[in-house]
Design a binder for this molecule. Structure first.
Ligand SMILES: [Zn+2]
Length: 295
């Protein structure tokens, strides 16, 4: 049984909560401490600046990353049908699992890159929060997509038109091909987006480097070509985790959204192990505020 120290970098009112969390590999094993009862401790908050409660900026050497909460969210525990009720109860998660729908803005090598775009729609906070940072869609040069679910590409379109018409949009070739093989109603949103961005849409193979010195990493399983991105000491993991408090207690647990559960489970373990080995800050689109964690 492996024991790992998990540190969730969580800033609330300028104070970081640091959690020593016994992460265990057994399916029904329980963590030593419930995340819901996490002790508050002081931690180094240097490098973080807050613009609004829905954003948090972290400086990592030459890379600057800002968490942008497109909207707050709580995941229902029923999203994880294989999770034993006893585990959910012991973690205090019966009422829901703290989560978010988030995007990340990265500045690297003088380029401004948006990772995913949130759900879009009238409740989306993305454009408002960008404007608070003094940015308009025209200031975003690149958009890298972790995958093509609606809560990640919705913000690309508004009223049938491209929101970021001057951005170069990148997605894994394997992801796009996978979606094109799906039934018409399932892929309709992807097709609309691809049409609106047809002049600016680019495809990559896993292992390719994208502008800004961003490495693309195979994290498929959640979707056919789900992608993680490494920029310096930052690892953007997309939907590797949906319900952090539950899944970090048992990495085998998959939400019903994982299209290929066995593959998604393997990817989750592989990607988080990679982050740990390389001492990377993990940024996840559904991590609770402020969207970062470190193992
Ligand atoms: Zn998602």
């Amino acid at each position: 049984m492996k024991k790992t120290v998990l540190m969730i970098v969580a800033l609330a009112a300028g104070v970081a909560a640091m959690v020593a969390h016994g992460m265990v590999s057994g399916r029904h094993a329980r963590p030593e401490k419930s995340v819901s009862r996490m002790p508050q401790a002081t931690a180094d908050t240097s490098g973080f600046t807050a613009l609004a409660s829905e954003t948090k900026t972290l400086g990592l050497g030459d890379v600057k990353v800002t968490w942008i909460q497109d909207r707050a969210a709580t995941q229902s525990a029923s999203l994880f049908p294989q999770a034993p009720a006893s585990l959910i109860d012991s973690l205090g998660l019966r009422g829901g699992i703290p989560s978010s729908m988030s995007v990340f803005l990265v500045e690297s090598k003088g380029m401004r890159i948006l990772f995913d775009t949130g759900l879009g729609g009238k409740d989306s906070r993305l454009l408002h929060l960008l404007s608070l940072m003094g940015l308009t869609p025209a200031d975003i040069s690149f958009i890298y997509l972790t995958h093509l679910h609606g809560d990640h590409i919705g913000g690309l379109m508004q009223g049938g038109r491209a929101v970021f018409p001057t951005a170069q949009v990148f997605v894994a070739k394997q992801e796009f091909r996978g979606w094109m093989r799906m039934p018409a109603e399932k892929k309709a949103q992807v097709e609309k987006m691809a049409k609106a961005y047809r002049l600016n849409l680019h495809f990559f193979d896993f292992g390719d480097y994208l502008p800004g010195d961003v490495k693309t990493i195979d994290a498929s399983g959640h979707t056919p070509g789900h992608t993680a991105f490494r920029v310096g000491d930052l690892l953007i993991v997309g939907d590797i985790i949906h319900g952090a408090a539950l899944q970090l207690a048992d990495l085998d647990l998959c939400p019903t959204y994982d299209m290929e559960p066995a593959e998604a489970r393997a990817a989750r373990k592989r990607i988080l192990q990679y982050a740990r080995m390389n001492n990377l800050v993990v940024a996840g689109m559904h991590l609770p505020a402020p969207g970062f964690m470190k193992f």
